[in-house]
Design a protein around this ligand. Structure first.
Ligand code: GLN
Length: 192
């Protein structure tokens, strides 16, 4: 298939590019509106600082083409801040960005003490043929999902909190698969 556009205005975009290199999948950094060309058939929204990313999305003109891509039902993968950008609503912030993911997401949900930690869990429900078992989860001042609407399905839960969602061609994780050696969630994304 085509090229993965990686939003590269701020945050951990290089780490996603490194995973795609490992998988032999072409990618292109999205820094300006003109970077979003016809070759782009899927988009990664990386971790970072969502408020900053949101401002830069608008000032670069990248917001509109990415919003149209998501609205058309094409694949998008948001990690951490990327999950925040995708959510329909945030419960501790008035901003809404793409508003596509049927969930309420809480920023910096683990607080300062437990801001960064690791865990292991599955991605995908028990009856999902694409289920990924024992995935290493890396959290860095991440969000979690406080409520899930009917359009989204829960893929990953840790300690009673939802941290992975899927909604059609939208994947969203509160954790950072790009900071591990495990490429399975990126492979799932590339299969969409
Ligand atoms: N704390 C960041 C935010 O709220 C997200 C952290 C991350 O992407 N690692 O935007």
């Amino acid at each position: 298939h085509g090229v993965t556009g990686i939003l590269a205005v701020q945050g951990a975009f290089a780490e996603h590019a490194a995973v795609l290199d490992k998988l032999g999948a072409p990618w292109k950094l999205l820094r300006a509106a003109e970077d979003f060309d016809e070759s782009i058939d899927r988009v990664i929204l990386p971790g970072g600082e969502s408020t900053t990313q949101g401002k830069l999305l608008h000032s670069t003109g990248l917001f509109e083409p990415i919003a149209a891509h998501i609205k058309a039902g094409k694949p998008v993968f948001g990690t951490c801040a990327g999950m925040i950008l995708l959510a329909k609503k945030l419960d501790n912030d008035d901003n809404v960005y793409f508003g596509a993911l049927d969930a309420v997401v809480r920023r910096n949900a683990y607080g300062r003490q437990l801001g960064s930690f690791q865990a292991t869990a599955d991605f995908g429900a028990a009856d999902d043929p694409q289920r990924i078992t024992d995935f290493p989860l890396v959290f860095i001042r991440g969000p979690y999902v406080v409520s899930v609407g009917p359009e989204a399905t829960v893929e990953t839960e840790v300690d009673g909190h939802v941290v992975g969602l899927r909604q059609g061609n939208i994947l969203a994780t509160a954790f950072h698969p790009e900071l591990t050696d495990d490429t399975r969630i990126h492979e799932l994304f590339l299969s969409l």
